[in-house]
Design a binder for this molecule. Sequence first.
Ligand SMILES: Nc1ncnc2c1ncn2[C@@H]1O[C@H](COP(=O)(O)OP(=O)(O)OP(=O)(O)O)[C@@H](O)[C@H]1O
Ligand SMILES: [Mg+2]
Length: 460
Amino acid sequence: MKRWPIRIRLTAWYFGVSAVTFVVFGTAAYFAMRRSIETTVDESLRDRAAGVRELMTRMLPEGSERVADELREHSELREEGDLSQVSDEEGHWIYRSSLMEHYEVPMAQAGTPTFVTLRLKEMPLRLLTRDDRLDDRTYHIQVAAPMDDFYDALAHFKWELCLLSPVLLVIASAGGYWMSRRALLPVDEITQAAQKISHKNISSRLAIPQSRDELQRLSETLNDMLERLEAAFNRIAQFTADASHELRTPVALMRTTAELALRRPRQDTEYREALSQILREVERTAVLIEKLMLLARADSGAEALRFAPVDLTENLREACRQGHTLADAKQIRFQEQTCGSPTFVEGDAHALERLFLILLDNAVKYTQPGGQVAASLSHSDGFAVVEIRDTGIGIGQEDLPHIFERFYRADKARSREMGGVGLGLSIGQWIAQAHGGGIEVESVIGQGSVFRVRLPISKA
Ligand SMILES: Nc1ncnc2c1ncn2[C@@H]1O[C@H](COP(=O)(O)OP(=O)(O)OP(=O)(O)O)[C@@H](O)[C@H]1O
Ligand SMILES: [Mg+2]
């Protein structure tokens, strides 16, 4: 289902909330006003009834005629006309004002003072009835007030509310629309700017509004994301360029060797020599392609490690067996120091062995004959620490921060001569990090290097 734009939805909400507010507020105001008018009228009725009672207390001893005279006299003083009547317990009128007679207000009895609103001859009347006992007789006193003016005013107020509300509602909704448009305008700008960014101009950034609000944060977050994407994009582009370059060299070498061999007829041994040189390059290239594929799979998340409890002691011992062979071939002394007890980590046995071999291969490769390589395993703060130490050529301070980068070699010529392409440590670091650990390195040029792999020991 197609949804309306936020602008329209916000305005609709604004309209709805305003409408409910107006209805609730209008109804409450109407009833509060009505209540307040009635309270005021009731208050004055109560005073008047008390006045009548007070007068009767004074005048009754002189006879009920005196009471009527006195009340009549008082009523003539009331400009707005008198609305009061008094009867005795038999229902005889003691006093009845002419207006009460006109509206034919019926006499009623009330145990306690009672207020009612009656409509008599089209006139709304608020009526208070109270019974009073004077000289052992009960009298019913009633006073009333006309409510027509008040109710007219209330009706007027109601109409004004009903007419004004839609107008206010339209104004409020228009205001809401205008405000949401204004608030969302920068979002449109961000959308348009973001649409223009592609791989061709990945270094462009969104303009940041200095509004210190959500939109500024949104633009900054998008720019941070672009920053990360650009870095990843550049890394991949660089990787592809370096990989092509590394592949071109052996292919060129194989081609030249084959062309040279074919230029004229040669002896068997010469062909054999050329072919074995080509085979060496093919093997090297196969290793390079295998490394490139592994890194590409690691980048895309397709290289799945199979985690299981691995005994590092056994795993390192296995790697050291191959390290020993490499060291022996180069007349390098090899020392292995693993604690006897098993040390379990949660990991991929194959990948971990590969990691140790990468480090052992480097240690042997970058150490002169007569040197020494040592591998050890120890524990520290819940981590297993595998240390590969050599007395080789060492790594310069300026190279140390870069040796884990892809294709980085401290000494390109020498490394290539030794068969290195500069991917070993990148792969090793990926393996260590995928196991929740890492690799540290210390090195002094001319004296040797120490590579330390830290892996969390499995709790189980
Ligand atoms: N033990 C070491 N002693 C001295 N230099 C080292 C040592 N280990 C690594 N390096 C330096 O770090 C660089 C990167 O090492 P890395 O293992 O990634 O690549 P490589 O050995 O050149 O090639 P690859 O391992 O892919 O065949 C090496 O070229 C080398 O200059
Ligand atoms: Mg290496």
